[in-house]
Design a protein around this ligand. Structure first.
Ligand SMILES: *Cc1c(COP(=O)(O)O)cnc(C)c1O
Length: 411
């Protein structure tokens, strides 16, 4: 008899997001003339930039000719893209990364979900709260947790609370953990771990022989000078950290699919006999067995993001979204609300008045303003009492949504 992996049954399911959609659909059916504006989307809306489109067209033509056609490529990505990534992301930040430390993939979600496979099944895991749910769920599936409790937490996980008091920058725990997931700029709080905070994490990981899994999918949105856009800006990080980046939010690739993961060769950890092993070699082995590379056309498209025209055009798109973020941020502050984020990330983290639950508030915002957002509790128990708005919408619609919120009496 084949038994299923019962760890999957521990997951409470995405009832929250399904519930939001159901209520929005019901509202739309009852009010067919209402103009509903969504500030809930975690997806880009602007088209691919011209430099990327040109590169894609050229690559499509190469595939039509026997002399330039490509079949299977290297599992870890073509050198032309790896070199562009190193130049655009690392040399530009004064960081030295070798070609065989970069692993091109079809997006960061797969990588941040899969990376736990190469670590011990009994590794102790620390995860931000609130944060992108993939880190937690992939560890639940792998059996690294106990059951989901009535407090909204899984037993066996160390939750790193990001609160208003700590500036959404959790400190390393007292206890020893083995794997630490950090997301900066953070989804959903829109806040960034500064150099001092990241240095404390790197020092903690060095001392405890932990590994930091650093998701910086939104680093292209960082505006304030001095904030780290890569964990490798911190001395000693190459011995303790794996970094994930994606073209999804930086260049509109959510539907095209491309990202990359950096696993430094200096990162070594013990096996069950105490012998040091290369984490880079394990990830290479894993990818070569379970992954077969990213589409050639897509890799040419990603390469074009780092061309002069590509960088300029991508910057303009990010500026557009960040203009939306500023509209939301300043609008809500002007209306007397307390908000965080929105300065170095496309997310605005809205503090709800005490006692108001984030799912109740979602209904109120829909009913009173016809605006959709995301209840904070969807990102972990620490998100209760908070609400996420995103800057990925259309400018005029975003402005109208902010106006409606400012005019309404929501509280
Ligand atoms: C959007 C996002 C990603 C990127 O996912 P892709 O699979 O590359 O599209 C990764 N991490 C976070 C926190 C995100 O919000």
């Amino acid at each position: 008899m084949c038994e299923i992996n019962s760890n999957y049954l521990k997951l409470p399911g995405s009832y929250l997001f399904a519930g939001i959609k159901r209520r929005v659909d019901a509202y739309r059916a009852a009010h067919p003339d209402a103009k509903i504006i969504s500030l809930g989307i975690g997806d880009v809306t602007r088209p691919l930039v011209p430099a990327v489109i040109e590169a894609m067209h050229a690559a499509v033509d190469e595939m039509a000719d026997a002399s330039t056609f490509r079949g299977y490529g290297p599992e870890q990505g073509y050198d032309f893209l790896i070199d562009a990534i190193i130049r655009g992301e690392y040399t530009a930040r004064g960081i030295e990364i070798d070609r065989d430390e970069v692993f091109v993939s079809d997006g960061s979600k797969c990588d941040v979900g899969n990376i736990q496979e190469i670590f011990s099944a009994d590794a102790r895991v620390a995860i931000g709260d609130p944060v992108y749910p993939v880190y937690l769920d992939s560890n639940v599936m792998a059996g690294r947790t106990g059951e989901f409790g009535p407090d909204g937490r899984f037993a066996g996980i160390t939750y790193l609370a990001g609160t208003e008091e700590n500036g959404f920058s959790p400190e390393p725990p007292k206890e020893r953990v083995d794997l630490v997931y950090l997301c900066s700029p953070n989804n959903p709080t829109g806040t960034v771990l500064d150099r001092a905070a990241l240095t404390r994490w790197v020092e903690y990981a060095r001392e405890k022989e932990a590994v930091i899994l650093f998701d910086s999918a939104y680093s292209a949105y960082i505006r304030e000078p001095g904030l780290p856009g890569s964990i490798y800006e911190i001395p000693g990080a190459k011995e303790v950290a794996i970094e994930f980046k994606s073209f999804s939010k930086s260049a509109g690739f959510t539907g095209v699919r491309c990202g990359f993961t950096v696993v430094p060769k200096a990162l070594r950890r013990r096996d069950n006999s105490g012998k040091m092993q290369s984490v880079n070699a394990l990830w290479l082995r894993r990818q070569c067995t379970k992954f077969n590379g990213v589409c050639y056309i897509v890799q040419r498209a990603a390469e074009a993001v780092y061309s002069l025209a590509g960088m300029k055009q991508s910057r303009e798109v990010i500026d557009y979204y960040m203009g939306n973020a500023e509209l939301i941020r300043s609008g809500l502050i002007g209306a007397g609300f307390e908000v965080f984020g929105g300065k170095n990330a496309p997310y605005i983290w809205w503090k709800l008045p005490a006692g108001l639950e984030s799912t109740q508030f979602a209904d109120k915002l829909l009913n009173v303003c016809q605006v959709v957002g995301t209840p904070g509790v969807g990102f972990g128990p620490g998100g209760e009492g908070w609400f996420r708005l995103t800057a990925f919408g259309d400018r005029a619609e975003t402005a109208e949504a902010v106006e409606r919120i400012c005019r309404a009496s929501l509280i």
